[in-house]
Structure formats: structure tokens, C-alpha cells
Write a protein that binds this ligand. Structure first.
Ligand code: S3P
Length: 183
């Protein structure tokens, strides 16, 4: 079997066993997470999806029936479980790093990557996204941009604690993989 550069990085044992992708809603965590996982041979896990499967409810349903506080508690519980598993690329919900001790937990148990994008780009992506997101439901385009701008400014205090920050507009996956392997 031939070995790709990625395999050798992998086998060198330098890469963390858990890679957490963090960033605002619409920043592409799931899309990039799947690509990254495939490249490095890790399993891909979507935290939101795991919460939905465990609760047997959709995220909007959880927000509606139980409220955001309960959602954050479940998010934390799922994260704790994921921190016990190895060789994972995990895409987190946009609010996860900003609640309780989730950012600290992720930094203690793996490498965190913040996918950074400007509010206008996030707004355009969210307007096009088919995913229902309770925090932005029913907002006009102007309201959405205002909401993103304000919330992103607050959340960046957490997102910027990430091990790595990458530009979501010019992300070179091979460079990212090389960076992860050289740490
Ligand atoms: C949230 C982001 C969502 C989901 C929930 C709350 C947030 O995930 O966890 O709707 O607080 O930003 P995505 O970032 O995958 O949209």
C-alpha cells in the first residue's frame, strides 16, 4: 500500500485525536468537517445531529419544547461523551463554544479550529440555507445582518480562544491538514 503525505502525518502521531470545528451558524463547519475527516481518516461527527438523534427531536423542536437552556445542557452532555472518543472530526453547533465551559473542554481534549467569516457572508449563506435555525427564524434580511453582527462580536471572545483560526473564504484544506500534523 502506498502512503500519502497525509498518512505519514497521521502515523507520526502528532495530530490530536479530536479536531473540533467551531464558528458561527453558516460558516461551513459540517461541509468542511466531512472533507477534513475523509482526508485524515478520522470519523466525522455532527454534534447537532447527535443531539437530535439522542433526543429523538429536531433542534427547533427542542428549543420550542424545552428552551435554549436545556438544549445547552444536552449539548454539553454530548460534548463530554465525544471527549472520551478518539479519531474524530467534530462539527459543533455555533453556540456551543460560547456556553458554560464548552470552549475550555474542547481545548483540553483536542484541537479547535475557528472558521472565520464576515457577517455579510454569513447572512447570505444563512438566507440560502435550508436548515431551520431557531435563533434566526423569522428575521428579515436587515434584522438578520444586525443580529449576526452583534452576536458574532460577542461570540468571537470565545471563538478566538481556538487553537487555530482559519479564513473561511480562502481555506486550503491541504494546508490545514499539514498544519494539524505539524503541531
Ligand atoms: C446554534 C447553532 C446551530 C444549532 C442551534 C443553535 C447557535 O448549529 O446548534 O440552532 O446557537 O448558534 P449550526 O451552527 O450548525 O447552525
Amino acid at each position: 500500500m502506498t502512503q500519502s503525505p497525509t498518512d505519514s502525518l497521521h502515523l507520526s502521531g502528532k495530530m490530536d485525536t479530536r479536531i473540533f470545528l467551531i464558528g458561527f451558524m453558516g460558516s461551513g463547519k459540517s461541509t468542511l468537517g466531512k472533507i477534513l475527516a475523509r482526508k485524515i481518516g478520522y470519523q466525522y461527527v455532527d454534534m447537532d445531529q447527535l443531539i437530535e438523534e439522542t433526543a429523538e427531536m429536531t433542534i427547533p423542536g427542542i428549543f420550542k419544547e424545552h428552551g435554549e437552556e436545556v438544549f445547552r445542557k444536552w449539548e454539553y452532555d454530548i460534548l463530554l461523551e465525544l471527549c472520551k472518543r478518539d479519531r474524530l472530526v467534530i462539527s459543533t453547533g455555533g453556540g456551543a463554544p460560547c456556553h458554560g465551559k464548552m470552549m475550555q473542554l474542547m481545548n483540553e481534549h483536542g484541537t479547535t479550529i475557528y472558521i472565520q467569516l464576515p457577517p455579510e457572508v454569513l447572512k447570505d449563506r444563512l438566507l440560502r440555507s435550508p436548515t431551520e435555525r431557531p435563533l434566526i427564524q423569522g428575521k428579515s434580511e436587515t434584522e438578520l445582518l444586525e443580529f449576526i453582527t452583534q452576536l458574532l462580536a460577542e461570540r468571537e471572545a470565545f471563538y478566538k480562544q481556538a487553537t487555530l483560526t482559519v479564513d473561511g473564504l480562502n481555506l486550503q484544506m491541504d494546508n490545514l491538514v499539514a498544519l494539524l500534523g505539524s503541531r
